[in-house]
Write a protein that binds this ligand. Structure first.
Ligand code: AKG
Ligand code: FE2
Length: 323
């Protein structure tokens, strides 16, 4: 479908929650979610829970090629909770579930985790393009500090209010690029599809960066202590600041959730389909399990990373040899 009006913002919360919502979440947090797209809930996770989590991850790292650097810090690990279900204990805490249930208008389902031992230094990005949710507000990132975060360790940053900016879908991106638009309307071959996806992805990023510049947007790095939980909206821009002192660790875990009846689409589906058309596609489906009352998607793989390159590994095979 052609886009005529240019990018429009999406709704920030479900219709019925625009003002009030259920009583388990404080007014202060709700207001912050509307205005900033980011909330911090201090002191959610206790010392013993943090220690237990860190112990599992450290032990796993000894058996994995996690590309340890000169300071002894490994790279990120994705979906390790599929191997060690206890890594979901923190993700099922009631403070997190209550907040997400309000923000999504229904109970959350965990679909991803990332274990960090050092800062990610990731440039500003919006998670929704990687796992596009329908409805658009029905996904969030939950970042948990597994130690006090030093300002020189490359803390998290976010751009307040960016979740309310006009939001580019692929039809908005190609509208201003005639060559790309022709290829987007009629993708030629499977071989060229990957190239097309990454070209539209790059163009999406160009649009986002120019919007950030035009708006002279501020980046905020809040001070985060061990056990604090921060939550960002699916459409909020965020990233990791530079690691001023690379000898400092930055232990954290990020969980990604979506709504129980929401649908999730892939990066390729997002880049190849416009705002309306994507809703008609087959979403990502996976068997679901339950851990401490929290529903989660079961994926058969987990992933290690090195210099941004993903290495996908089988959960079953790893368990057979290591757990
Ligand atoms: O922890 C960070 O520095 C950023 C992580 C992030 O962007 C994510 O997990 O979505
Ligand atoms: Fe992210």
């Amino acid at each position: 479908m052609d886009n005529h009006g240019g990018p429009k913002p999406h709704k920030v919360v479900p219709e019925q929650y625009c003002g009030i919502g259920n009583n388990l979440v404080s007014m202060h947090l709700k207001k912050q979610w509307h205005e900033e797209g980011f909330v911090c809930i201090p002191g959610v996770v206790g010392r013993s829970e943090i220690d237990a989590h860190n112990e599992i991850v450290s032990a796993a790292r000894l058996t994995l090629d996690d590309r340890r650097d000169v300071h002894g810090f490994g790279d990120r690990i994705g979906q390790l909770h599929q191997v060690y279900p206890d890594l979901m204990n923190i993700s099922a805490k009631s403070e997190i579930i209550d907040f997400l249930s309000w923000a999504f208008g229904e109970g959350p389902v965990l679909f991803g985790s990332l274990q960090f031992e050092k800062g990610s230094e990731q440039s500003p990005h919006i998670d929704a393009i990687f796992f596009w949710p329908e409805p658009a507000y029905s996904m969030a990132g939950v970042w948990v500090a597994l130690e006090d975060i030093d300002p020189d360790a490359g803390p998290l940053f976010y751009i307040p209010g960016s979740h309310t900016w006009p939001f580019y879908h692929s039809d908005d991106v190609v509208a201003r690029r005639p060559d790309l638009k022709e290829r987007w309307k009629r993708p030629e071959s499977v071989e060229s599809l990957d190239d097309l996806v990454s070209e539209i992805g790059n163009a999406w990023t160009e649009e986002f960066i120019s919007m950030e510049r035009d708006r002279a947007a501020q980046r905020i790095s809040p001070e985060i202590k061990a056990g604090d939980v921060v939550i960002w909206h699916s459409l909020l821009a965020h990233g990791g600041t530079p690691r001023v002192n690379p000898a400092l660790s930055r232990r954290s875990v990020v969980y990604h959730y979506f709504g129980r009846t929401a649908r999730l689409y892939t990066f390729s589906q997002f880049m190849l389909n416009g705002r309306e058309d994507i809703k008609n596609l087959q979403p990502t489906e996976m068997p679901r399990g339950v851990h401490n009352g929290l529903e989660f998607m079961r994926f058969p793989h987990f992933a290690t990373y090195s210099e941004g390159v993903e290495r996908v590994r089988s959960v079953e095979e790893f368990k057979r040899n290591n757990v």
